[in-house]
Design a protein around this ligand. Structure first.
Ligand code: NAD
Length: 328
């Protein structure tokens, strides 16, 4: 039986990935500081442990897994990454995890390690025009990410590729662009914009208003979780090392994203623009390279993914309100 290790299996993408690998017939070990927040893990074995600790990593990487997915990171949305308050932790924690993991895999004779980097590595100077951001893979240098989170990702993706060159490993590097979907964080400060907007709209009464950070004219693209998994598995199993963008090219403004969710929810709300951490002015995935080399591109629209995500968040908001009501 093929065996896979998913680090970060208690997180959003990792918990979905474990499920997908189980459906494919793998024996799966998950590792994380915590279990998934919203449903039971499907992993055959789940190690609760801190991957900054080399002893934990040695125990987790105790065999020659066929596939290793390294998704564990200290991360969050703009409210976590762009305030500056978590810069040192983010860099120290995530770099330590990656340093430990790639070396443990080398020592265990594991060749294939998939690493999830981020669109946050792209230079801020190429993302000032909201209508025309440049996020082609080759535009990463001269490097100027707009966050320390992005700098750590850039360091780590280079490290995985250096292990390929110097130790004949076959690490694969993806640069994810805003992944969203059910069972993702939707409150508490680490949530990303699609989840935050779905939550605010689910909580608002018709005719009310929601808050959006900035003028809402900043642009982004968002990729639904199932598409992300498909792209990631294809890359992990290919002969191409990357880095490749895994994202959607359907760019929208944050105001348009909110309008789409309001339409799905059937609510007419006004938008109050308030100051908040924003990140770059424009960002869009550029899928030309991955399409050409790997033949992968997302298959569904943003709206289709948002419909499923909104339905899940709306049910969560209702479930929580009911639980609070009962305990009051
Ligand atoms: P997530 O925060 O839901 O999952 C990350 C998991 O890592 C968490 O469950 C966390 O507990 C775990 N973790 C953190 N520190 C750890 C430690 N010291 N030891 C063990 N586990 C630890 O994030 P996600 O959205 O599932 O993202 C997965 C990966 O994809 C991350 O590397 C992230 O940087 C990358 N990524 C995600 C997006 C996105 O839009 N979700 C975009 C770009 C890149």
């Amino acid at each position: 039986m093929r065996q896979a290790l998913v680090c970060g299996a208690g997180g959003f993408i990792g918990s979905h990935l474990v499920r997908r690998l189980k459906q494919e017939g793998f024996w799966v070990r998950g590792a994380d500081l915590k279990y998934p927040d919203f449903s039971e893990s499907w992993a055959d074995d789940f190690v609760i442990g801190d991957l900054r600790d080399q002893r934990v990593v040695a125990a987790v990487v105790d065999r020659r897994f066929d596939e290793v997915y390294q998704l564990a990171a200290d991360m969050g949305g703009a409210g976590y990454i762009f305030t500056g308050e978590h810069d040192a932790e983010v860099m120290h924690n995530s770099a330590t995890i990656n340093l430990n993991m790639v070396e443990a895999c080398r020592l265990a004779g594991i060749k294939r390690v998939f690493y999830s980097s981020s669109a946050c590595i792209y230079p801020a100077y190429n993302q000032e025009d909201p209508d025309n951001p440049n996020c082609a893979e080759g535009s990463a240098y001269p490097a100027a990410p707009d966050s320390e989170y992005g700098w750590e990702k850039l360091f780590s993706e280079r490290m995985y590729l250096a292990y390929n060159r110097n130790y004949a490993m076959q690490c694969r590097v993806a640069r994810y662009h805003n992944i969203f979907g059910p069972e993702g964080t939707y409150d508490g400060g680490r949530e990303k914009s699609p989840a935050a907007i779905c939550r605010k709209i689910a909580q608002a009464s018709s005719g009310g208003s929601i808050e959006i950070w900035g003028d809402g004219l900043q642009t982004r693209s968002f990729l639904y979780i199932d598409e992300c998994l498909e792209g990631s598995l294809r890359l992990a199993r290919s002969e191409l090392e990357g880095p490749f963008n895994i994202g959607s090219e359907e760019m929208v403004t944050i105001n348009q994203l909110a309008a789409m969710v309001m339409d799905i929810a059937g609510k007419k709300l006004s938008i109050e623009h308030v100051p908040g951490p924003l990140g770059v002015r424009g960002r869009n995935s550029d899928n030309r390279l991955i399409k050409e080399k790997l033949g992968w591109a997302p298959s569904q629209t943003l709206r289709a993914g948002l419909e499923k995500t909104y339905a899940w968040i709306e049910a969560e908001v209702r479930r929580r309100a009911f639980a609070n009501h009962l305990s009051a």
